[in-house]
Design a binder for this molecule. Structure first.
Ligand SMILES: *[C@@H]1O[C@H](CO)[C@@H](O)[C@H](O)[C@H]1NC(C)=O
Ligand SMILES: *[C@@H]1O[C@H](CO)[C@@H](O)[C@H](O)[C@H]1NC(C)=O
Ligand SMILES: *[C@@H]1O[C@H](CO)[C@@H](O)[C@H](O)[C@H]1NC(C)=O
Ligand SMILES: [Zn+2]
Length: 401
């Protein structure tokens, strides 16, 4: 991540102005649209049918988080281990996997990189992308785990895929059976992108950072979509132009994050996420076990209030930039200021907060379900999730973490 950012820095402002006219003429529909809110019982199902903490629990050695939370610098064997874990998890769900491998020159010599792209339905004509980087930063002197940077986000993405897969499957079946589905969204799929080589090997520059994102954005700009549905639409479309939005997660998992709306054209998506948060918070969904600090009326929003002055004033250097520069619509979900542990050995499991991660997880489930117009069952929940949660908070207390 690039920190030396000033939001009112004129150069960055100029850069943004320069970017605007480049918006792809063939861009996918990224317009604001009304999202249908899920009912309270549908939300309750999403929150509880799959324990939203189990896979983010570092005390469970087989959780997604534990499998990702090892040093995983690009070009190392551990990086391959993590990449293969991500792939095997998504293969189990039958998602289409693409490994985008390439080599690039770094200040430490030539290195191999591999982005992982997982798509629920590769035949869909459009997609919303949820992304994070899976590599960790190289330090010559110390072991760095990058728990918030960005192991937690990657674990949340895997959990999201597992939670939503049955619903995406149900939507597909309904579509195939010719049942009435919302045409607007029915042909939009969910794609997860795990970027490699986000971190600089030495220090953040245009050429020593976001290796994977730079490679993939350039490649997708020149790759034409070949599936039939897309061809029927006439114009040849590139992989880049069929992205509705790129939602990039970074530096999440520590308590009290604060997210800003960076871009005017995704302000409505930012608002949609804040609306999900508000409804969940007021319903009591953020409280579990003995955790009461996020009870209705007590929880504090993770999203900064938007003001009229908000406009495209600047952005963080991160994986979204090469996409943004090519006209892709971006929602950047990054906490700012950065977590206090950022790029220190303290960015390990102790930096992560269970209630915060659980909250992100359920917010993402509801947000993506509403975006994709999925319909969870209207069933009352079992108590299993709550029982697991209280067991966990007892364990947490006794570990004193
Ligand atoms: C609760 O934990 C058990 C294992 O301890 C697991 O089998 C079960 O699926 C969990 N329940 C939920 C709702 O996640
Ligand atoms: C690879 O990960 C293991 C944990 O699974 C860790 O003990 C080891 O130090 C890591 N190797 C490197 C080179 O960081
Ligand atoms: C990418 O992977 C393929 C298949 O494993 C391999 O044949 C190819 O050489 C790799 N390319 C690079 C640049 O590493
Ligand atoms: Zn970093």
């Amino acid at each position: 991540m690039w920190t030396s950012l000033s939001f009112r820095f004129p150069l960055i402002l100029l850069l943004c102005v320069a970017i605007a006219p480049h918006r792809s003429l063939q861009a996918a529909s990224h317009d604001r649209r009304a999202l249908k809110e899920l009912s309270a019982t549908q939300i309750a199902t999403l929150v509880s049918q799959k324990d939203p903490l189990q896979q983010l629990d570092h005390t469970n050695p087989s959780s997604h988080l534990s499998r990702i939370l090892i040093p995983r610098v690009s070009g190392t064997a551990n990086n391959t281990l993590v990449k293969d874990y991500i792939i095997s998890t998504l293969r189990k769900l039958n998602w289409h996997i693409q490994e985008d491998n390439f080599t690039d020159t770094t200040p430490l010599g030539k290195k191999p990189f591999t982005n992982v792209i997982a798509t629920k339905d590769p035949k869909a004509s459009r997609r919303i992308i949820l992304a994070a980087h899976f590599d960790s930063k190289y330090f010559s002197t110390e072991e760095f785990l990058g728990a918030t940077d960005s192991a937690a986000s990657c674990a949340m993405m895997l959990d999201l895929a597992e939670a939503l897969d049955p619903l995406l499957e149900k939507r597909k079946k309904a579509q195939e059976a010719g049942e009435a589905v919302d045409d607007d969204v029915a042909d939009t799929t969910l794609q997860l992108v795990f970027f490699d080589g986000e971190e600089a090997f030495v220090s953040w520059t245009d050429t020593d950072s976001i290796y994977g994102a730079r490679h993939l954005a350039a490649k997708w700009q020149e790759t034409y979509v070949t599936n039939d549905k897309q061809r029927l639409l006439g114009n040849p479309m590139t992989e880049l132009s069929t992205i509705e939005h790129l939602v990039l997660l970074d530096l999440l998992g520590a308590p009290n994050p604060l997210i800003r709306s960076y871009f005017i054209d995704t302000a409505w998506l930012f608002d949609a996420m804040a609306s999900v948060e508000r409804r969940l918070g007021e319903s009591g969904a953020f409280t579990y076990g003995n955790e009461k600090s996020m009870a209705p009326g007590k929880w504090k929003s993770y999203f900064r209030k938007r003001t009229k002055e908000d406009s495209n004033l600047g952005y963080m250097g991160d994986d979204h930039v090469p996409f943004l520069q090519r006209g892709v619509s971006v929602l950047h979900v990054i906490t700012e200021p950065f977590p206090a542990v950022w790029h220190t050995p303290r960015d390990d499991a102790s930096a992560l907060d269970f209630p915060t991660m659980r909250r992100w997880n359920i917010m993402l489930r509801v947000f993506m379900s509403e975006y994709l117009n999925l319909s969870p069952e209207e069933v009352k929940t079992t108590r299993a999730d709550e029982q697991n949660a209280s067991k966990r908070s007892e364990a947490e207390l006794s570990h004193g973490s």
